[in-house]
Design a protein. Structure first.
Length: 375
């Protein structure tokens, strides 16, 4: 899963769909990348060679040496493609910090890498471990558990996110609207003791990244839930027919709630590789952790940096730039996954069916095939 926060139709947890329906492999010496061939899913290595033959209905990315694969039921395979954990579950998640959430019947529990159930099935929802804690839903309430399954604290909020840099973003509804409305939902942060920080409540905010979080108290920001995810917009709701992204004042704060710098932007992303993409006057550029515009606004679209490169678009052309803003290579495709373990997945739909490719950091194509349908 890739988390993204664009304050124009941004969501707290947005899955950027890849052929595997999951993004973000754990770095290892024998990386595996999902591919779709002959209506089945398998894996290639970083050189583009098929190392696990396509034979699965759906797959997740490898994480901690294991990957979940669907063949009637979900099971886990190792890097050779051998099934090592036969859970036969309808829903699973990838391994994180040695454990994976698995549905047994109608409830989630957690298994270890030997397939042992170490946290008994009891949760309506269960997510990955992050910084030693996992968020779950129990009896309709958010809570955080440790690796022994003990509840560390209950989070009495409408939404709770994973821990990042020692803090978890939480959301609470203050108004009564069931639709998008200005000021109804607010964002804050909790520490691992379950207590709200002194940072306070904001109309918008993202997770901490690189020690900073982007927040805003702009009263024009509207919020609500769509398909179970919190969505926040800085649209001009005074003219809903011709709504457009309004410039909004954002503060970049540290864990103590201190403002490191402020800026007025139409959209903002979180930091990656010490840079955050920002949109101003319809164009995207990048600021550093001091708020300096180190790559001037010039792009029609921009993605966060990953492994030193970022995907941008200008006049319908795609480019990968380095951290100085220099173009490394050009592509006529769209980004599917950022660079991970040296490869990025791209897709082009200029002809039917859509074609998926993996490229290295020089733009060389190491794999080309049809893009799978994960719906």
């Amino acid at each position: 899963m890739r988390v993204r926060f664009n304050f124009g139709m941004w969501c707290l947890v947005c899955v950027l769909v890849a052929t595997s329906a999951a993004v973000g492999q754990t770095l290892n010496s024998s990386a595996r990348f999902p591919v779709y061939l002959n209506k089945k899913y398998g894996y290639i290595n970083e050189g583009g060679q098929v190392v696990i033959q396509p034979r699965f209905e759906r797959i997740l990315d490898f994480s901690e040496g294991l990957a979940a694969v669907l063949d009637s039921y979900w099971n886990y395979i190792d890097e050779s493609g051998k099934v090592v954990i036969a859970v036969r579950s309808p829903k699973v998640r990838s391994f994180s910090e040695g454990l994976a959430a698995v549905m047994f019947g109608s409830r989630y529990g957690y298994i270890d890498k030997k397939g042992n159930v170490v946290i008994q099935p009891q949760f309506e929802s269960a997510f990955d471990f992050s910084e030693g804690l996992a968020r779950v839903k129990l009896n309709g309430e958010w809570a955080f558990i440790d690796k022994d399954g003990r509840t560390v604290f209950v989070a009495p909020f409408d939404y709770a996110d994973d821990f990042r840099d020692g803090y978890a973003l939480v959301v609470k509804q203050f108004g009564n609207s069931k639709r998008l409305a200005a000021g109804d939902f607010k964002v804050s942060y909790v520490g691992k003791n379950g207590k709200l920080t002194s940072i306070g409540w904001y109309n918008a905010g993202n997770r901490f990244s690189g020690g900073l979080a982007v927040v805003s108290k702009d009263p024009n920001i509207i919020a609500g839930f769509a398909r179970g995810e919190l969505v926040m917009d800085n649209l001009d709701i005074s003219d809903p027919v011709n709504a457009f992204l309004k410039p909004v004042s954002y503060s970049f704060i540290n864990a103590n709630g201190q403002t490191v710098f402020e800026g007025t932007y139409e959209q903002v992303q979180e930091f990656a590789d010490h840079r955050a993409a920002v949109r101003t006057k319809g164009k995207w550029g990048y600021v550093n952790e001091l708020g300096e515009m180190i790559i001037p606004p010039q792009f029609d679209a921009a993605e966060p940096f990953s492994e030193g490169l970022a995907f941008v678009k200008l006049n319908d052309e795609g480019y990968f730039i380095d951290t100085s803003g220099k173009i490394v290579f050009t592509t006529d495709s769209s980004l599917v996954t950022p660079f991970t373990n040296g490869l990025a997945q791209l897709v082009t739909c200029k002809a039917s069916p859509c074609q998926s490719v993996y490229v290295d950091k020089h733009g060389n194509i190491v794999w080309q095939g049809r893009k799978g349908n994960t719906n």
